[in-house]
Design a protein around this ligand. Structure first.
Ligand code: NAP
Length: 503
């Protein structure tokens, strides 16, 4: 019999009510409601719990439940009829008018009723899953209708969970922050970046902390460069309206820099919210900002074009429904940057992010410096060790080693040690990223949410790039690449120029 030993800490959410604005939307159907259902199936929802779904569409509780039943079946294929029925019974629907104080006062009375029925008593979180235009009106009305309790209120707690995008520029993100803080305090705001909730990302922190061989060598002197790849096979998929105002730079900004921080930050003295965020912000303050010539030299922007080669030809971005035929929105972004601190000085960090790429893949690769070969220096081995951290769809760690080939001859070969992150059945049955963020907000754990300081750093970093692309496009031209390929060749040149290659 196998014994599990050692440290094990579990997030246990307290009894509460969840209020979901935008409950009729795409994200709710594909991610949020299935995540609630999965938690219900795993018995990880609090015993005393209700879900108040809000939307402007004309449903009542019964018709709303009927409308999501099939979608939930599709999103959670293994769910039994009984599990689904028990979960749906915990949902009530309220028809919303986000501009009306009457709606919010009515909602307040309904939530008091649900509190009393479920024995929850003013412990509620409000999930803003509407388009960003209504984030502020909802927050304001929540405050004015008395639905947001002050932090430290003995009667209960109120938390706001807010989807991306958090602003469209540095100015709009700061305005959103300022306005939101009139309604809620920073300690009540949970800004989502679901990448931080991924098991594979959290495993990087664990890998660094509890494996001395990595933490000792996680620095300049040992590491030659670090590479980040976030590739999607899909294009805009009906979200052209949203994407055309964002582009890949804005859309992926938070995912990119949260991943970069997990690799680059100093490990905090404890895994407590304040210390974790403080180290992350300290790290961001060491990221070297781009000058205009850095932008020209160290960024590449691209857009997918039609590709007639496959049996079924693929549309370009400009041919997608809802996209302007002369759109210059980037669907690909690559850049190189440096961190000015003792750990990372002179180690280049390379990032490439794109839509409509050959394959879906998110990974981080650490390339170690080449050694001199020691005893076998005369053999002129020209390969270095690499550590591949595959985030999705594959979830694995691969460490490449140079080994002696078996047999009497002296020759070397590169071999991999591979750890599949989910090998055993119980490892498949753990909460996913949306489940994790729901658990954390219910438990009041803000560690894995994005701070106001993180947001400011990210927008400060990207704003000059976006401005130069707009104002001096000839200095950093938009490069077209055929859909479902490796992206612009200029992204290859960005790294090749440094006598390196993408791994
Ligand atoms: N979809 C994704 O993959 C994804 C990924 C990451 C983040 N997000 C973010 O998550 C949020 C929701 O995304 P989504 O794709 O679900 O959005 P959506 O489908 O466009 O909108 C969600 C719901 O909000 C309501 N709504 C639409 N326009 C509104 C407006 N002007 N004011 C108030 N409510 C409005 C609609 O429901 P009613 O008409 O019934 O009220 C709609 O069903 C957005 O902020 C988005 O940026 C989405």
């Amino acid at each position: 019999m196998e014994h599990k030993t050692g440290f094990c800490l579990e997030t246990i959410p307290g009894n509460c009510g969840a209020v979901l604005f935008g409950a009729t939307g795409d994200l709710s159907a594909r991610k949020i409601l299935p995540a609630f259902l999965n938690l219900h199936r795993m018995k990880l929802l609090p015993k005393k719990f209700y879900l108040a779904a809000c939307g402007r569409s004309d449903f009542n509780s019964e018709t709303f439940r009927a409308s999501i039943k099939e979608k939930l079946h599709r999103a959670c294929p293994g769910v039994s009829g009984e599990e689904l029925a028990a979960f749906l019974a915990r949902i009530s629907y309220f028809r919303a008018d986000y501009s009306s104080p009457l709606f919010f006062s009515g909602l307040s009375a309904e939530l008091d009723r649900l509190d009393a029925e479920n024995g929850v008593y003013k412990k509620r979180f409000f999930y803003l899953a509407t388009p960003p235009v209504s984030f502020l009106p909802i927050a304001r009305h929540l405050k004015e209708s008395g639905l947001l309790l002050e932090p430290g209120d003995r009667d209960g707690w109120s938390r706001i969970l807010i989807e991306k995008p958090y602003g469209f520029s540095l100015t709009s993100a700061m305005e959103l922050d300022k306005e939101l803080c009139r309604s809620a305090s920073e300690a009540q705001i949970y800004r989502i970046d679901h990448y931080l909730m991924k098991e594979t990302i959290q495993n990087i922190l664990a890998l660094r902390s509890v494996n001395n061989i990595f933490e000792c060598t996680w620095r300049r002197g040992f590491i030659d460069n670090v590479q980040f790849t976030i590739y999607e096979e899909l294009g805009v998929e009906g979200r052209a309206g949203y994407f055309s105002s964002m582009g890949t730079g804005r859309d992926m900004l938070s995912h990119i820099f949260q991943m970069v921080a997990i690799i680059g930050m100093e490990l905090p003295s404890s895994f407590k919210d304040a210390e974790f965020k403080q180290e992350k912000e300290r790290f961001f303050s060491a990221v070297r900002k781009f000058t205009a010539s850095d932008i020209v030299k160290n960024t590449v922007r691209g857009q997918y074009a039609a590709n007639d080669r496959p049996a079924v030809p693929l549309k370009g971005y400009r041919q997608e429904p809802g996209v302007e035929p002369d759109s210059v929105t980037e669907t690909f972004f690559a850049f190189k940057f440096f961190i000015d601190n003792d750990r990372w000085r002179d180690v280049p960090f390379y990032v490439r992010v794109g839509k409509r790429m050959a394959a879906k893949q998110t990974k981080i690769v650490i390339q170690y410096k080449e050694g001199d070969g020691g005893l076998f220096g005369f053999a002129g081995l020209d390969y270095s060790n690499t550590l591949h951290m595959n985030i999705q769809p594959e979830e694995s760690l691969i460490l490449s080693l140079n080994t002696k080939h078996p047999g009497p001859k002296l020759c070397f070969t590169k071999r991999n040690i591979k750890l599949n992150y989910r090998q055993h059945t119980e490892e498949y049955d753990v909460p996913g990223d949306y489940e994790r963020l729901l658990l954390d907000v219910m438990a009041g754990d803000r560690t894995l949410f994005v701070s106001s300081g993180d947001m400011n750093f990210m927008w400060e970093f990207i704003t000059p790039i976006l401005e130069l692309w707009k104002e001096r496009p000839e200095l950093a031209p938009l490069i077209l690449y055929p859909a479902r390929t490796a992206g612009p060749k200029e992204a290859g040149l960005l790294i090749k120029r440094d006598a390196r290659k993408w791994l």
